[in-house]
Design a protein around this ligand. Structure first.
Ligand SMILES: Nc1ncnc2c1ncn2[C@@H]1O[C@H](COP(=O)(O)OP(=O)(O)OP(=O)(O)O)[C@@H](O)[C@H]1O
Length: 464
């Protein structure tokens, strides 16, 4: 395929996975309402409405029924995506579905046991992340070229970002402190966003990534226990960035860059259920905000509405490029086969089906000259040195003066903007009041005229 072909707009790829019955569902003899036809790429949902059996059939790019293994899903759907990352594209894989339908199973699987064995084999229930990591390192090692692999792992809960790889002590105090000071999301000046202070770990082989994943997942679990939250209410984003060295025939050294985002979304039922609990509005409402905004972004893209509300939530700001942008995107929608989840299953299928019409225009990342990259890295080192210096010299939390100035300017610019908007709001309100007064007086005037006219008519008739 030529580069030109690759850069045409492509639809978001949507896969459907239905998990097997759980032990609970089997114990309660829950009837099966979802039937998958993997070959026809169809999934049928059986409903009984007013005593009549009605089947709704949905078609997806790929369908994986309850007997599909982790390996089947990976080999058939994910290998090509990871190959594109290695070619220099940015790709995102989302897992979307009701709690307990297998999002984490699909994305992570049994990561704790997912270390490569002596023959480099993964356990059969390893999910997309460990398999992708293995594919990346196997390919890079085969290519026998210079490369670097960096990962980040963050959690988004209550519209606040936590770094799951931050090397700090996990204590209640530290966590509470972190809750107060979540990592800020900033514009990167190139049309994207960056999470300031997010730990980027350089990894050199598969097993390093697995220990990082374990560390991140353990931190997520500890945070859950300490702060009494559940993974089903938070989103996690694991990103792998790969730089590969290439030489041009002229002997110039270029760096190719690709990024893979792996997103485990909060349980989709949180959209409606959490909204109903007014007392815990903040917690629930904010989760709503990211998932709801994701839904609104999808609607705006599918219905070609002029305004796409990316800026309304952190999730959509972080993943803006994956929805309608230059990233290649795949959504894995997960459902249960049981009648108990029927309503949620239908809503997941509708949601995922609509997402199929989103179009992205994937573009391969521009290759960088090695010398430019080194210059950028020196700039980064200087910035970090300044931060270390500022922190060492002072007590408490200090940031370099230029950064403080930049943030102060941003804050001032926003305050000015708010002031301007408030002023224009006041002007508008005044205009509305003036217009209302004019309207009222016109109304009065017209009532007076009607009265006069009536009196004139009466006079006229009596005159005749
Ligand atoms: N395809 C599958 N095959 C076998 N077991 C599965 C499959 N999908 C899910 N499971 C099992 O179902 C249970 C729930 O799955 P999982 O925790 O991945 O759900 P989830 O959608 O991530 O939930 P949450 O939103 O709460 O994080 C787990 O015990 C998991 O091992």
């Amino acid at each position: 395929m030529s580069r030109v072909d690759k850069e045409k707009s492509v639809n978001v790829q949507v896969l459907l996975r239905c998990r097997p019955f759980s032990d609970d569902e089997l114990r309660s003899n829950a009837p099966q309402v979802v039937t998958c036809n993997d070959y026809q790429r169809e999934v049928a949902v059986t409903q009984t409405i007013a005593g009549k059996q009605i089947d709704r059939v949905f078609t997806f790019d790929k369908v994986f029924g309850p007997t599909a293994r982790q390996r089947d899903l990976y080999d058939q759907a994910i290998i090509p995506i990871v190959n594109e990352v290695l070619e220099g594209f940015n790709c995102t894989i989302f897992a979307y579905g009701q709690t307990g339908t297998g999002k984490t199973y699909t994305m992570e699987g049994e990561c704790r046991r997912a270390k490569s064995g002596p023959e480099g084999q993964l356990p059969s229930d390893a999910g997309v992340i460990p398999r992708a990591v293995k594919q990346i390192f196997d390919t890079l090692e085969r290519q026998n070229t210079e490369y670097s692999v960096k990962v980040t792992f963050l959690e988004l809960y209550n519209e606040e970002i936590t770094d799951l790889l931050a090397p700090e002590e996990i204590s209640k105090v530290a966590l509470e402190e972190r809750q107060k000071k979540p990592l800020p999301l900033m514009e990167d000046g190139k049309g994207g966003v960056l999470v300031r202070g997010l730990e980027e770990e350089i990894v050199t082989n598969c097993s390093e990534i697995f220990s990082l994943l374990e560390r991140g997942s353990a931190k997520r679990r500890t945070a859950e226990t300490l702060l009494n939250k559940q993974s089903s209410r938070s989103h996690s984003l694991f990103s792998i960035t790969i730089h590969i060295k290439e030489a041009t025939p002229e002997g110039e050294e270029l760096i190719k860059c690709g990024k893979l985002n792996l997103v485990d979304l909060a349980g989709s039922e949180n959209i409606c259920r959490s909204g109903a609990r007014e007392g815990r509005a903040r917690e629930a409402g904010e989760i709503n905000k990211s998932l709801l905004t994701l839904g609104r972004v999808i609607t705006a893209l599918v219905e070609h509405l002029g305004h796409v509300p990316y800026r309304d939530s952190k999730l959509t700001r972080l993943l803006r490029d994956s929805l309608g942008g230059r990233t290649k995107t795949c959504i894995i929608a997960t459902v249960s086969p049981s009648v108990h989840c029927l309503e949620e299953t239908l809503s997941t299928l509708d949601y995922a089906h609509r997402a199929k019409s989103i179009k992205n225009r994937p573009e391969v990342n521009q290759k960088m000259m090695k010398s430019t990259l080194i210059k950028d890295l020196y700039g980064e080192i200087d910035r970090l040195k300044a931060e270390v210096y500022a922190a060492r010299e002072k007590v408490g939390v200090y940031i370099p003066k230029d950064r403080y100035q930049m943030e102060e300017n941003e804050r001032k610019a926003m305050a000015d903007q708010i002031e301007q908007m408030t002023a224009s709001l006041e002007t508008n309100q005044k205009q509305i009041t003036d217009l209302q007064e004019k309207y009222d007086s016109e109304l009065q005037h017209s009532a007076d005229l009607s009265k006069k006219l009536e009196a004139t008519e009466v006079n006229y008739i009596s005159y005749l």
